[in-house]
Write a protein that binds this ligand. Structure first.
Ligand code: IMP
Ligand code: MG
Length: 432
């Protein structure tokens, strides 16, 4: 790998050598945009009077964006160029009202609505949207979503919620970066606490078969079933999984990724860091992980792999205490399920913790609606709302009013398929 920086003792600060980032890797531009809209109301102590209006305005901007005509960028696209796809309308005003009723945000005088609160309101609006496009498939990330980082599933309450989804006819999948090939026992070990609850509840075989594991982002498919002894057990579904990559191109991609990760380890003095190479992935595991160094390694390897112009999609991410580059992404994983089950994006949901451009749930945004959570406790909180929608009672025990109509005088909406494909071209690539 050629060294690009610090090779000259005679420094020349030409514009070609400057380090900068076009998009901050620790920000979400849409959330920052909404935060900016709410700030004046907070400063004027007018959230109670005007925040509903602001959220209704964002709701309208989202609808305009979803239906923008070719060649006429919507207001939201201009304001937030990095936006991807909205697979459903978002009842943001209703979500704000519900959130405010629960947590009295508008009563606060000293603490403005935070990044996390806006994230949660977006999640709530997305959940409410499933009152209008029924939920048929939910995928969950593993680490930090179903269990703590690097740990195994161990939460009976969360297991009970997942069982209720299965009983309601929803297909559920663990879509995780963890790639153990088709070694079912390794995934079973991670899911031990979930499978134990399924056994205790004697979940019927047809409901068990609605539970899948997709390992290595999108590379390996397994399905739950009942073994002869009656226990829940994972079986390979390799024969029915159509997500594949060209072997030689994938190996070339991983060679470049490995070289970049080793270069990062050297440059940043990560003494004793391990590099692990698998068939579909390569990982860098430092002895003492530091967030900034992991992020730097991710952004470097993304830059190096983009330069390779490989036809193989990849996912390079900061896993919290390691950096991994996987062949394929959760976008291909979720899309694989959509083909396998014959379901549309607006009837699917992915729940994960890694939606920054250095995260691995980010890629799933382009294939289905998503909820961005921060830990398994929050997963349980959003699941309570999801189950209220699935069982028909609705969030807060009532149905959500439809999304506000677009402003009078707006152009009529383009057909949804055209709108979707236009938005898709603007979505950043999976290996961001
Ligand atoms: P996820 O949050 O469930 O997607 O899991 C991400 C974590 O899985 C990473 O931070 C790694 O520690 C771990 N992991 C284990 N095997 C792999 C692999 O083959 N590729 C990527 N991550 C892996
Ligand atoms: Mg995770």
């Amino acid at each position: 790998m050629p060294k690009r920086y610090h090779t000259n003792t005679k420094m020349s600060f030409s514009s070609r050598r400057r380090n900068y980032m076009l998009v901050s890797h620790r920000r979400d531009q849409f959330i920052e945009f909404i935060k900016g809209l709410l700030q004046p109301s907070f400063v004027l102590d007018a959230l109670a009077e005007s925040a509903s209006n602001s959220w209704a305005h964002v709701e309208e901007l989202v609808e305009e964006y979803r239906h923008e005509a070719p060649g006429e960028p919507s207001r939201l696209r201009t304001a937030v160029p990095s936006l991807g796809i909205f697979h459903t309308a978002l009842p943001l005003e209703a979500a704000w009202r519900s959130f405010d009723a629960r947590f009295k945000v508008s009563a606060r005088r000293f603490v403005a609505p935070s990044f996390n609160e806006i994230r949660e309101i977006l999640n709530l609006a997305q959940v409410m949207a499933f009152e209008r496009s029924p939920l048929k498939f939910v995928s969950f990330d593993g680490d930090c979503t179903l269990y703590s980082d690097g740990k195994n599933f161990d939460d009976a309450a969360l297991a009970g919620q997942i069982e209720r989804l299965l009983a309601a006819g929803v297909t559920v999948a663990l879509v995780t970066a963890a790639g153990y090939g088709y070694e079912a026992d390794k995934y079973e070990k991670r899911l031990e606490g979930l499978l134990r609850v399924f056994d205790d509840l004697a979940v019927p075989a047809d409901a068990l078969r609605r539970f899948y594991v997709c390992g290595g982002e999108c590379n390996y498919l397994l399905q739950l079933d009942r073994d002869v002894g009656g226990a829940a057990t994972l079986r390979s579904r390799e024969a029915t999984w159509d997500v594949t990559f060209e072997e030689a191109a994938a190996a070339t991609l991983l060679d470049a990724a490995e070289a970049s990760l080793r270069g990062s380890a050297d440059d940043m003095g990560l003494a004793g860091a391990r590099v692990i190479r698998k068939t579909r992935a390569v990982g860098l595991i430092p002895r003492v992980p530091r967030r900034e160094q992991l992020d730097e390694a991710v952004l470097r390897v993304q830059d190096a792999l983009r330069a390779c112009r490989s036809s193989v999609p990849f996912c390079a991410f900061n896993g919290g205490s390691d950096v991994w580059v996987d062949v394929g992404t959760k976008r291909e994983g979720v899309q694989g399920f959509q083909r396998l089950l014959g379901i549309r994006p607006e009837n699917c949901l992915h729940v994960g913790d890694q939606f920054l451009i250095t995260g691995n749930d980010y890629a799933s945004r382009s294939s289905c609606p998503c909820l961005w959570i921060t830990n398994p406790t929050e997963t349980k909180r959003v699941l309570a709302d999801i189950l209220a929608v699935v069982d028909g009672s609705g969030v807060d025990g009532r149905r959500t009013p439809p999304v506000s109509p677009r402003a009078a005088g707006d152009a009529p909406p383009a057909p949804p398929s055209a709108a979707r494909s236009r938005a898709a071209t603007a979505c950043p690539p999976a290996g961001p």
